[in-house]
Design a protein around this ligand. Structure first.
Ligand code: BDR
Ligand code: CA
Length: 312
């Protein structure tokens, strides 16, 4: 089968970096572009980090489009307490071997989707600013989008506030646009991604997978593991973003439910909450396949197997 064409929209960030390495190494995927957004750290840093990861994985041919430096209407909130000042503190990637594309994120997305001979899947792993802008500016191109598989939101508790997950909290207006786009959409929130914890056993397995595995093990341990221990009391940190990539490679790793999901944009305590209608009480039709469960060992098999094939 031909690999599925995908665009990754990222804010690296440790788990974005791992997701990028997974996407670049999975033979089932063809990464046509990487677009960057401000989120975990400022745009300048997320773009530089994306270029570093692609240089390290020897994927300099993948164009990188820098996108939004701030959310649609709000002030940017970043996450240095989890990802460090640089977004990848402690990681030892060489300097980028190439620069960003001349096109910005939205133009690059538009060109890739327009020129693709088959529908493209978009995998957003940060705040949804770029994706929302693209959908609003290029409504005619949505027919060539196969689906959107995003990491964000939560059926249950949040992580940045009691109600909200970081990516949706940072730009709730953008998340609302994406969720109301009418496109086939899978929302992988904290309910599933928090299952993807990297403990000592996974670190050991990753370390046996050459340079790429060592790099991923490092990303999941350095500052990130300590930050999760301090902030959430977790012994092993969850790597959220690679779950969305793995779910495109193999949707069967997920248990999902079709649900109506609405984004709270106004609430004083609930800004960025993804309100999931579990009992159909709104009477509104579902707009998302929502991740409810993850086959954790299948997820790690995909990660390890893909990294083994990276050949760097
Ligand atoms: C999400 O927020 C970011 O910090 C991570 O990269 C992930 O995309 C988890 O809430
Ligand atoms: Ca992210």
């Amino acid at each position: 089968m031909m690999p599925e064409p995908v665009i990754l929209d990222v804010d690296p960030g440790y788990d974005d970096a791992i997701a990028m390495m997974l996407a670049c190494s999975a033979p089932e995927l063809d990464v046509r572009a990487v677009t960057t957004v401000a989120g975990n750290v400022a745009l300048e840093k997320t773009t530089r980090n994306a270029l570093k990861i692609l240089s390290f994985t020897k994927r300099a041919k993948i164009p990188v489009g820098a996108g939004a430096a701030s959310p649609l209407v709000r002030t940017l909130r970043t996450s240095e307490h989890i990802h460090g000042e640089s977004g990848l503190d402690g990681a030892d990637f060489p300097e980028p071997a190439f620069g960003p594309d001349g096109r910005d994120a939205v133009r690059l997305m538009a060109d890739v989707v327009r020129e693709a001979s088959e529908p493209v899947t978009i995998i957003p792993l940060g705040p949804l600013t770029n994706v929302a802008t693209f959908l609003e500016e290029h409504p005619c191109l949505t027919q060539n989008i196969r689906r959107i598989v995003l990491m964000g939101g939560s059926v249950g508790a949040g992580n940045v506030t009691p109600a909200a997950e970081f990516n949706v909290y940072v730009d709730p207006e953008a998340a609302r646009i994406v969720l109301e786009s009418g496109l086939p959409l899978t929302m992988l929130g904290l309910d599933v991604t928090r299952e993807a914890t990297v403990g000592p056993e996974e670190v050991e397995r990753l370390r046996s997978v050459g340079r790429a595995g060592e790099a991923v093990a490092g990303l999941a341990t350095y500052h990130y593991a300590g930050a999760y221990r301090r902030t959430y009391g977790l012994a092993a940190p969850p790597i959220h973003d690679p779950v969305a990539v793995a779910a495109v490679v193999e949707p069967a790793i997920l248990e999902t439910r079709s649900l109506r999901v609405d984004v709270e944009c106004e609430g004083e305590l609930t800004r960025g909450e993804t309100v999931c209608d579990l009992y159909g009480v709104t009477g509104r039709p579902p707009n998302a396949e929502v991740g409810m469960g993850l086959d954790r060992s299948a997820f790690f098999e995909i990660l390890i197997r893909s990294l083994e094939g990276l050949g760097i």
